[in-house]
Design a protein around this ligand. Structure first.
Ligand code: ATP
Length: 500
């Protein structure tokens, strides 16, 4: 029985490999006039590219070559074809081998400095980041069995204007590597060394592979300055009090979001401050700033594009309603990571709402809109006077005394948790801002929204209530909230496994 199963799994594995096998040149018995396979030219063995077998292969006809996994082969024929004519070192036998069962030794490009398993647009995104030097490059896959060099190039006349050029690397029929047919190399290493010495037709020399781990973002805003001519503005995707947000194409390659400030001297300071704090707050769950244009009006803040827009709309739309409890919990956990990071940097956001959280392609959430964010003083306080604030998300001490601390953000986080579990519900529904503020100051708290399609068990609701403690000191820190949510998630996971 076990034997039968073994045979079966072997057959099905073979069948799945067969489906991706390249087409072999027609066999003699199919076409009588077909000439026999070419005899290998009489070059010393070492002149041929060598390859290692990735899988064992059993010959299915006389012109094919059997090999075991890890057998070493010299590849004698044209490498651009699907089946290669090869010499197996073990036993010095000749025959055809399926090219996708073997790996060329000198194709071990993945070991080269600068190798990254990324796409062309990811390379664009990486290399367009401001503050990086010219000549930085990435070596990456481009299509099956083929590679490209992506190179950061400076515009010859325009300041702060960089682009990314992509050079496809080909493998000649003799197994040599080249960017242009005039210069061929035995290995990728030799090719890279050549273009590090001379541009030889490329836009510039290969100066340095993209560092791993990636370099930290620039420390100050001036290094983030990019040339506004590299943007093509597309549709408007959002409006603010003083700004407009456009989708834009950067350098004709990647899509970004560009926030433009309507001319207004007073708001300019705030806009710069927003960009500065966004830069300082760099984190996987904080919107990534990619550049600024401050040379003239209108000022721009360039950020990554979050294709699913604001969390509030996302939760309210069908996609949001279809999100399951685990996903909602994951969003809260991602957000608390970002807030805990801000807490450690002593930055207070002051406008934490689901409308100011953005959702990316993969439903990952990121904290955005740092328009009201401020740095805290040594006592951990920012005192705001006469500034706007989101009343239903702001605790009493901030409303009445203008006293903002990390704990006022914790209060807001409790309201965001409530927005998330209610799929974008309106807090204190039916109440005006003033009425809600007054009720809250008298001790009213929103009840547990659990019921219907809304799931909020008592322990989750208790976390919200803790965030809404009247006394800021009694509210948990974000670091503690992070632990509490992790523990809650672990408990949920255990409970679901018990049910199964
Ligand atoms: P407000 O004055 O209301 O605080 P604002 O001027 O600060 O607004 P943002 O909140 O930053 O502007 O952006 C307004 C809207 O634009 C967002 O709600 C969102 O829908 C959209 N938006 C902003 N940035 C991005 C982005 N990077 N990707 C996708 N959409 C975005």
């Amino acid at each position: 029985m076990a034997d039968q199963q073994n045979r079966k799994s072997k057959t099905s594995r073979k069948a799945s490999l067969d489906s991706v096998r390249p087409k072999k040149p027609p066999r003699d018995d199919e076409y009588a006039q077909q000439p026999p396979p070419p005899t290998p030219p009489s070059l010393p063995v070492s002149e041929y590219p060598t390859a290692r077998a990735l899988h064992a292969y059993t010959a299915e006809s006389a012109d094919e070559l059997d090999f075991k996994k890890d057998d070493v082969l010299d590849i004698i024929s044209d490498l651009s074809k699907g089946w290669w004519y090869a010499r197996r070192h073990r036993g010095n036998k000749l025959g055809y081998v399926p090219s996708n069962y073997v790996l060329l030794n000198n194709a071990e490009v993945t070991q080269q400095p600068g190798w990254m398993e990324i796409t062309r647009s990811e390379a664009d995104k990486l290399l367009l980041q401001p503050g990086l030097p010219e000549g930085l490059f990435v070596l990456r896959p481009c299509s099956v069995g083929c590679y490209s060099i992506s190179l950061r190039v400076k515009h010859p006349t325009k300041p702060n204007f960089y682009s990314v050029q992509h050079y496809r690397m080909s493998i000649t029929s003799a197994g040599l590597f080249c960017i242009s047919p005039e210069a061929t190399f035995h290995s990728v290493g030799e090719l890279l060394a050549h273009y590090a010495q001379t541009a030889d037709g490329m836009a510039c020399k290969l100066m340095k592979p993209f560092p791993q781990p990636p370099p930290p973002p620039p420390a100050d805003l001036s290094q983030l300055e990019v040339n506004r001519d590299c943007f093509v503005m597309l549709e408007v995707i959002g409006h603010g009090s003083f700004s407009e947000v456009h989708q834009a194409k950067w350098n004709n390659s990647i899509f970004v979001a560009v926030k433009t400030l309507k001319p207004n001297m007073e708001a300019e300071q705030n806009f710069i401050q927003e960009a500065r704090l966004l830069l300082k707050a760099h984190h996987p769950h904080v919107l990534q700033i990619m550049g600024v244009c401050t040379d003239r009006e209108p000022l721009y803040i360039v950020t990554e594009l979050m294709t699913n827009g604001s969390l509030l709309n996302y939760l309210r739309k069908d996609k949001g309603v279809l999100l399951n409890i685990e996903h909602l919990l994951l969003m809260k956990m991602q957000l608390v990571e970002a807030m805990s990071h801000l807490e450690s940097l002593r930055i207070v956001h002051r406008d934490l709402r689901a409308a100011n959280v953005l959702v990316g392609e993969d439903a990952r959430v990121k904290l955005a809109d740092f328009g009201l964010a401020r740095e805290l003083d040594d006592a951990g306080v920012y005192t705001g006077q006469g500034e706007k604030f989101p009343a239903k998300w702001t605790p009493s001490e901030a409303v009445t005394k203008g006293r903002f601390t990390a704990k006022s953000d914790v209060w807001s986080f409790g309201v965001v948790m409530w927005e998330i579990v209610t799929y974008g519900g309106v807090p204190y529904q039916g109440l005006q801002n003033r009425e809600a503020v007054e009720l809250v100051s008298k001790g009213y708290r929103m009840p547990n929204p659990h019921g219907g399609h809304i799931r909020c068990d008592p322990s989750l609701y208790q976390i919200m209530l803790d965030c809404w403690s009247a006394s800021p000191e009694k509210r948990p820190t974000f670091a503690k909230l992070k632990d509490q949510l992790k523990a809650y998630a672990a408990e949920k996971h255990r409970a679901s496994r018990r049910r199964v």
